[in-house]
Design a protein around this ligand. Structure first.
Ligand SMILES: *[C@@H]1O[C@H](CO)[C@@H](O)[C@H](O)[C@H]1NC(C)=O
Ligand SMILES: *[C@@H]1O[C@H](CO)[C@@H](O)[C@H](O)[C@H]1NC(C)=O
Length: 508
């Protein structure tokens, strides 16, 4: 495209955004109450018992392959996600890939020489920001590989080891080194997961070959220390769980958790509640072992929606829906610093990340940011059984705060429209009319991708445009009034656009 000056771009951005905001009423920037006629009424009842609200969604987050964790931008992005979203573990492929030199060389006698400097740098960094590795043991170093089969732009070798003892030597040396460096108590708090998606082309061996890999690896790990945590099979599409469990039990192998992956696009045709159905089945199959979903997000294969408010509504709907079914689930991924298909430089390219390559948070990032602020008690909420809109409320007793979250979500190509929502809260000690704080994520709130499109989708950004997009991505706080009668408070009604999220924070 023809080069236009920065100031032209920036002023154009403001003009277009103003026009967009004016045209797209009812979703205006400053809150105005709307006619309550036809509204969906939800009642949060503080007199009813609460249930525990575990922050299981932030236990772990996915990432581009290990090599990227040496980059300055990767580290800045992860540190921000740690701070804003509270994520604790991070999972990435490729700690044994040749690009990290973990297995540096093998001499003629077969002696293996290791180089842990790069991995140390990565783990040192994670611990320095209060995070931990969820260690995926992959892929095959060239020197141990039985074949030349690869996955991705960065060429992870997907073949079984030529010699399984040599593979366990590598795993053992690596883990012993981490214990020397970080201490046994620290490393016992990590997870060790054997390989990635062996049921797809990440593994050119058979299922029996993978089970053999699991058998060698899990025994080697427990030989180092019986309290190190090991699991698998890290399959795609929630597969192999019954066969894997039977194999482990029949061979009396160590197993601390069963891990697998699911994307809502794995099952066709799409179903809105597919994650809950699949998670429930996986838990039954895995019982009594805990289930970890070490990958998921709003979908692998539709025309991507990772940059869009769609992903935020998906997150809100699913996080409250699958509560307490699995141990935790790990959103794939925290950033678009990622190069499985090569490194994409387009500012918005529907990459999996919660933020863009320029560290611009996407709508799903803001959804997780709101969730991170919630307390630990889920309150009773009653309301219509609506096909797209739902509400949940979380109490924080210490802060004397309730966060009420409404979402309007459906899968693509299914009915959904802007709805009007009215929230009532009964049983809180509020003595007068007052207000809460409303934050929204939808087409015109926290939608930096739309702002980028409004300035002509430039392929490269300068600093000013990055700052403008970061500002566009921010949660805005609006006052929302409530009126009180003897038993309850009722907030002004608000519009909830398709694939939108609205959160009200109420202090009492
Ligand atoms: C080894 O790799 C080649 C491709 O490089 C492939 O055609 C062949 O099937 C592989 N063999 C095995 C046993 O995976
Ligand atoms: C108070 O407001 C709530 C919510 O609108 C309503 O259900 C309830 O009947 C009202 N109570 C009284 C005493 O008016």
């Amino acid at each position: 495209m023809r080069r236009i000056s920065l100031m032209t771009l920036v002023s154009l951005a403001f003009v277009l955004l103003a026009v967009a905001a004016a045209l797209s009423a009812p979703s205006t920037r400053s809150f105005e109450s709307v006619d309550a006629a036809g509204s969906l009424n939800f009642v949060v009842d503080a007199n009813k018992p609460t249930i525990q609200w575990k922050h299981y969604w932030k236990e772990c987050v996915g990432s581009g392959h290990a090599l990227l964790a040496l980059r300055e931008d990767y580290r800045a992005h992860l540190e921000m996600a740690r701070r804003d979203l509270g994520v604790k573990f991070v999972r990435f492929h490729g700690i044994y890939d040749d690009d990290l030199s973990t297995l540096l060389s093998v001499d003629a006698s077969g002696k293996q020489t290791y180089s842990f400097f790069n991995l140390d740098s990565i783990y040192d960094f994670l611990l320095s920001i209060g995070m931990k590795p969820y260690v995926e043991l992959s892929f095959m170093p060239e020197a141990l590989a039985s074949n030349s089969t690869y996955v991705f732009h960065y060429k992870g070798n997907t073949s079984p080891p030529k010699d399984y003892e040599k593979w366990t030597d590598l795993v053992t040396a690596h883990i012993r080194h981490t214990i020397e460096r970080y201490g046994i108590d620290e490393v016992r708090s990590w997870y060790f997961e054997v390989w990635n998606e062996p049921n797809l082309d990440f593994w050119t061996g058979t299922q029996a070959d993978y089970f053999k890999l699991y058998s060698y690896t899990s025994r080697a790990i427990k030989q180092i220390d019986s309290r190190l945590r090991v699991g698998g099979p890290a399959t795609a599409q929630s597969q192999w769980i019954p066969a894997f469990k039977s194999f482990v039990l029949a061979n009396n192998l160590p197993l601390d958790f069963i891990s697998t992956h699911e994307y809502p696009t794995d099952v066709q045709p799409l179903q809105r509640d597919i994650m809950k159905k699949v998670f429930t089945k996986a838990r039954e199959e895995a019982s009594p072992f805990p289930v970890i979903y070490s990958e998921y997000n709003s979908g692998l294969f539709y025309p991507g929606k990772h940059d869009d408010p769609y992903a935020s509504a998906f997150v809100m709907y699913n996080v409250q829906e699958v509560q307490d079914i699995v141990e935790f689930m790990s959103y794939w991924t925290f950033s678009d610093i990622f190069e499985e298909g090569g490194f994409d430089s387009l500012p918005f390219h529907q990459g999996f990340g919660l933020m863009t390559i320029h560290q611009v948070p996407k709508p799903a990032y803001r959804a997780f940011e709101i969730l991170h602020r919630t307390g630990r008690e889920r309150m009773a909420v009653s309301g219509p059984d609506h096909p797209t809109v739902g509400t949940f409320a979380i109490l924080n007793q210490e802060k004397k705060e309730v966060i009420i979250i409404a979402y309007n979500h459906n899968i693509p190509n299914n009915p959904i429209k802007t709805e009007t929502v009215t929230i009532t809260v009964s049983g809180l000690p509020l003595s007068a009319n007052g207000y809460g704080t409303l934050e929204r994520i939808d087409d015109t709130h926290c939608n930096a991708a739309a702002a980028w499109k409004a300035v002509g989708s430039p392929a490269y950004l300068d600093r000013e445009l990055v700052h403008l997009l970061r500002r566009e991505s921010e949660l805005q706080q609006e006052k929302i009034s409530y009126t009180r009668n003897s038993s309850a408070i009722t907030f002004d009604s608000f519009y909830l656009p398709a694939q939108g999220v609205a959160a009200i924070t109420l202090r009492f």
